[in-house]
Write a protein that binds this ligand. Sequence first.
Ligand code: PLP
Length: 361
Amino acid sequence: MSPSRTWAEIDLSAIHHNVLELKRRANGSRLMAVVKADAYGHGAVPVAKAALEAGAESLAVVTVEEGREIREAGVSAPILVFTDLSPEKLPLAVSLGLAVTAHSIESAKRISEHSDEISAHLKVNTGMNRWGVAPSEVGEAKKILGDRLAGIYTHFASADSDDKEATEAQIWAFDGVLAAHSFGGALVHAANSAATLWHPGSRYDLVRTGVAVYGLHPAGGDADSEDLRPAMSLKSYVADVRRLAAGEGVSYGLTFRAGEDMFAATVPVGYAEGYRRALSGKSEAIVRGRRRRLLGRVTMDASVFAADEEVSVGDEVVLLGRQGGERVSAEELGFRAGTINYEITTGVNPRRVERSFLDVR
Ligand SMILES: *Cc1c(COP(=O)(O)O)cnc(C)c1O
């Protein structure tokens, strides 16, 4: 690929590997690949297809439009929409054959009044306190949904935490709901990536894995330690090299000043690409197999990195990923930017950053 700017490489073999690894860890439970937010920035359609090929049985999205994009690409696997849908969105969900979520008694009524043909998963709040009916409302919601009920689920607030107590309390509350009612053939699910890896009691009929499918560590740690392979690399090239004399500054605000004479390389990546401004002065990229410090502020369209006489215009710059023996992970960028790996990949802007997909090898 001859770049004009910055591009993202998405390694579909990594997706394939991660799905197999997660299925192994889920120990017999089915796997729902969560491909919301354009597959956390990786590209929903190719990722969805690769995940299904690797053995995922279903997909999850957050908006009907996300579901439509995948259906229109010819994917017939079950797709669950996580959010509560307005009455205007329900007809499209039905025509696309998307399963919807009932979040409240109101939403269960809205769904049931809309159609007999729709499948709904009932969400139960067991402690996250964001969405879902209270355990005491489950009986009523179940009655309203009737034959439309295809699943029952909850979501964990802190399955990524070393402190396992809060998650165990949520599992206990969910088990209480399951014991108090019969749900026929409805699919029971709870686990996100973190719970799939670290809370064996949470796996039920299927696990809903997002971040780990992309090879990212759910708690910001080292993905290698869980045998996950990061799928996204973010690459650019050296567009300009210049000499800085001692005392000269770089980029807006001149927040970096050269301590001695040095080289600087300008790279066409900025916060419009999703290379976050919070990385200013804190990040590193790999050029010619070596880590190079980011000098001063990230601007909208460009960033400047330390260089040396070896660095030339046209050299590949790895902002996220591997080159030579070096690696910059999304966990590292998240840490340096004061955020999480999820936000790093999801923030890569597809209007600026072309994606190239490496097929399963
Ligand atoms: C996003 C999401 C997931 C996936 O979470 P990960 O931490 O990315 O595995 C699972 N379930 C629900 C309801 C979600 O919104």
